[in-house]
Design a protein around this ligand. Sequence first.
Ligand code: UT7
Length: 325
Amino acid sequence: MTRYARITGTGSSLPPQRLTNADMVTMLAPRGVETSDDWIVERTGIRARHFVADGVYASDLAAEACLQAMDAAGVAKGEIDLIIVATSTPDMVFPSTASILQHKLGIAGCPAFDVQAVCSGFIYALTVADALIRSGSARKALVVGTEIFSRLLDFNDRTTCVLFGDGAGAVVLEASDVPGILATDIHADGKHTGILCVPGHVSGGRILGDPLLKMDGQAVFKLAVGVLEETARTVLAKAGRSTEDIDWLIPHQANIRIMHSTARKLKLPLDKLVVTVDQHGNTSAASIPLALDHAVRGGMVKPGDTLMLEGVGGGFTWGSALLDF
Ligand code: UT7
């Protein structure tokens, strides 16, 4: 019998501090940084984002999301035999945020590791977990995207600081006789490193290079709209499905214009697009599982629906997963 991996529960976490675009205008004004609600909404679709308080780490948001996902799946801590965390904002240089999360969840012994593929991280993590479950190496996995991008933002750079937010999303992925994940597709092209990066690194007790986020927004935009259509078509072909089979498109939530363009290219009506970028901003690796959880808890995504998840971001990385929920 073919062994599949199936999502059996979702969860998410957003820090309580919510900043609207008007709050950002007020916060940035004393720095002489000008922005407006009109510009942010028109160019990105973002209306609000959440920022963590001091002392809160990616593993804290992840733990809350995982507890919700395990509760939704009806899975006990002791049953989890794999933890994969996608993050670009780890608690520490090492050990992995997954190891720290494992301990915070009161789990010990199972493999736990991080995946670093920036905004495509959740698709990468899901792809690895799917492979480990299908091969028989794991039965019940936690797959998590968690980010605290507010700590990487340069609040003197209006072209980036209004775009990102903090949050986490998680799924329980279980071995199953019925699909499940139908196909995945992941890619990277490292020649584009410079268009979206945090160039700083730790060396000899100091940070060398700039530890704040840099982005050439237009270059990222152009690449994103191309690869998101391409990977969606590739994953559909791998699964032997067509665009008409898609009930919900859940792309990385970075910019509503990129999301609309992807839906249009795939000839999907916009009411099949799950949108949370307006309320969360860009939460990098957390954006897809956060959007998925909101769509599930909001009653949009129902058991049996076919979902197209798509990620794109720094690296440059991109990828997709097609699944029956
Ligand atoms: O998560 C990984 C994936 N990331 C993405 O997908 C991001 C992709 N890129 C984008 O979403 C868009 O390129 C941005 C939202 C970053 C920028 O939108 P844009 O339409 O490409 O704007 P632009 O960079 O061409 O800037 C247009 C104008 C500029 O002014 P001038 O030079 O025309 O006078 C900017 O200085 O908008 C100005 N601008 C702003 N104005 C008010 C840039 N940021 C702001 C701002 N408020 N926050």
